[in-house]
Structures are given as C-alpha cells and as structure tokens.
Ligand binder design. Structure first.
Ligand SMILES: [Zn+2]
Length: 181
C-alpha cells in the first residue's frame, strides 16, 4: 500500500504479522517505508505517520519527493534500455560460444552485476547499461562460464579467459562502478 504524504511524498506501507508497533525505514531511493501490524488500516497507518513526523524528519536520511521521482524516472529509462539490449547481447555471446541457458532475468540488486543459478537462469543487473561495453561483455561472459562451472575455480577462470583474455583488467575496472541504480 502507498500513502501519498505532503511532506514525505509516496510512503510505502508494508504489513507484517510480526511487528507490534510501527517501524520506519528508508529505501535505497531515499523514500520512506513503514512497517505496520497486519491489522492496521490505512487510517491507522496515516495516524502513525503523523504522530511520528518529528522523529522521522530528525532521524532518517530521507530525500525530498522530487529527488525520489527523478531517481524513479532514471531507473525506468535504464530498465527500458536494459530490456532492449541485455537479453540480445547475452544471446549473441551464448550463440557464439555454444552455451545454452534457460532464462534471463533483469535485476536491480545493489551489490551484484550478475548471477547464474543452478537452474540455468542468468540474472543481469540493469546498471550494466551504465558501464563501458567491454566491461558489460565481461560480466555476460563471466555468467555464461558459470553454466559450466558453478564456482570460481581455476577451471572457471580459464574458461572466462578463453572468451575474454583481458578479463583481469576488466574485472578490476568494474570495481570503479557500482551496480546500484
Ligand atoms: Zn562469478
């Protein structure tokens, strides 16, 4: 549920059977989130919010609503770009080197660029659209290599190196970027 608040913008309200009182947190976008007991109504959630304004203002690193909206808009554009590019790029490299995967997922996790699960699903972070193509390709080739080696063993790195001889440099350069959008 989302409450539109004049001061805090859109406030995300989560209901949990586990909480008794109300808990306020800030999402990575700087938006206010609150967790309320399962039985709480919208009316009650609004009241919780009003009676805690001073504490929220003082204690939480919130961004103002226009900054939140700007970030949402940026993320939407990035998602669209990623949709139009990453699945095709993955397919291109997979075909070229004879890999087959089950599914591709686009993620916006803030800590990882990609992952490959044992059911052969490859996840790629939409933040890859913000890094140079050669680093983006390194991530894709890294994840494809995981289809044959689900670890970071020597055999795994040898496979990455076959496709990307400069992978060490690419791996290092990627550390200058952050996957969080
Ligand atoms: Zn890996």
């Amino acid at each position: 549920m989302i409450i539109k608040d004049e001061e805090f913008g859109e406030v995300l309200v989560r209901k949990s059977p586990l909480v008794r009182g109300v808990k306020f947190t800030v999402s990575p976008s700087g938006r206010l989130s609150m967790t309320v007991p399962k039985y709480a109504s919208t009316f009650l959630a609004k009241r919780f919010l009003s009676s805690n304004r001073a504490i929220i203002r003082e204690k939480l690193p919130l961004k103002d609503p226009s900054t939140q909206r700007a970030r949402d808009a940026k993320k939407k554009i990035l998602m669209k770009k990623a949709h139009e590019y990453l699945p095709y790029r993955l397919e291109f490299w997979a075909k070229k080197y004879g890999y087959s995967y089950e599914k591709v997922r686009l993620s916006h996790a803030s800590t990882r660029w990609g992952s490959c699960s044992s059911n052969r699903t490859i996840s790629l972070n939409i933040g890859l659209m913000n890094v140079p193509e050669v680093l983006r390709d390194y991530v894709i080739l890294h994840e494809l290599s995981h289809l044959n080696h689900m670890d970071h063993s020597e055999a795994f790195w040898a496979e990455v190196e076959k496709h990307d001889p400069r992978y060490k440099e690419h791996r290092r350069k990627l550390k200058n970027f952050s996957p969080g959008v």
